[in-house]
Design a protein around this ligand. Structure first.
Ligand code: PTJ
Length: 243
């Protein structure tokens, strides 16, 4: 039992969730390591949504709304931390949801799909085919889902699929606390924020954006600026840590 007044309450609750879902086979042991890396970067960012990440979240909403066929790709960690939030984002953005795993087994795909459905998400189903130019199982996706999509949101990604999707001409929105990762640098747009803060913000922007602002955000999107700002935030915090 984690007391609500514990100074690290939010972080401890997330750890409790991620380890419980690891016990259920939804998160992999590698996913626990990935979560720890995310926590470290979040600590360096002050465990808050920085100003440029808010703008990235608004831009992400604009890209989803303007897309012809947007898809939200969900892996084990994302399902464990925010199945309910994915439901809200699906409603707000109209995007399809597809499960795509690095450590893929049919059993995990089923468990994650069930968790999402239990939270109200409409999950694409069908026979996954090896359609992405990758040598591992992340190549497996649905023809009418990720393969046909023009904009794909990939929370907590590993870099090579992001670059494969970009090489196929798709716009990729990454959510990644590490502004130095391959994913962050390869994506069309990177939201450097914790996934459970980022997704509700993107949903809120989906509900409030008008057409003119949507077009302006898409026109002016420059991922390098978002990454530089996150790196500046981290270096500034480190420089002044003991002031
Ligand atoms: O469920 P699977 O089989 O698809 O596997 C999922 C993992 C996460 C294990 C797989 O995609 C992986 O190995 O990812 P990486 O290469 O470790 O990348 C994950 C990235 O997400 C890292 O840069 C972390 O800093 C970042 N990250 C971790 N937790 C969070 C996060 N970013 C935002 N919010 C988080 N909670």
């Amino acid at each position: 039992m984690i007391p609500a007044d514990h100074p690290r309450y939010t972080s401890l609750i997330a750890r409790e969730k991620i380890s419980r879902f690891a016990g259920e086979g939804i998160v992999t042991l590698e996913g626990l390591a990935a979560h720890g890396r995310g926590e470290a970067f979040d600590y360096l960012l002050g465990e808050k949504t920085i100003k440029s990440a808010f703008l990235a979240e608004e831009t992400a909403a604009a890209m989803l709304l303007a897309a012809r066929s947007p898809v939200i790709s969900v892996n084990g960690n994302t399902a464990a931390l925010c199945a309910d939030l994915i439901h809200e984002l699906q409603e707000a953005s109209g995007a399809a949801v597809e499960v795509n795993l690095f450590h893929r087994t049919e059993e995990r795909v089923e468990k994650i799909s069930t968790l999402l459905r239990d939270n109200g998400v409409v999950v694409l189903s069908g026979k996954a085919e090896r359609l992405l130019p990758l040598s591992h199982d992340r190549a497996l996706c649905l023809k009418n889902g990720m393969f046909a999509a023009d904009v794909i949101l990939v929370p907590l990604e590993d870099g090579d699929r992001c670059s494969a999707l970009v090489s196929m001409g798709k716009k990729v929105i990454a959510i990644d606390l590490n502004p130095l990762s391959r994913t962050a640098r390869t994506a069309t747009l990177t939201v450097v924020d914790e996934v459970t803060r980022a997704i509700p913000n993107i949903s809120r922007f989906c509900r409030s954006l008008d057409r003119e602002r949507t077009e302006t955000l898409i026109r002016s999107c420059d991922n390098t600026i978002f990454l530089k700002d996150a790196i500046d935030e981290i270096s500034g915090r480190l420089t002044h840590a003991l002031d």
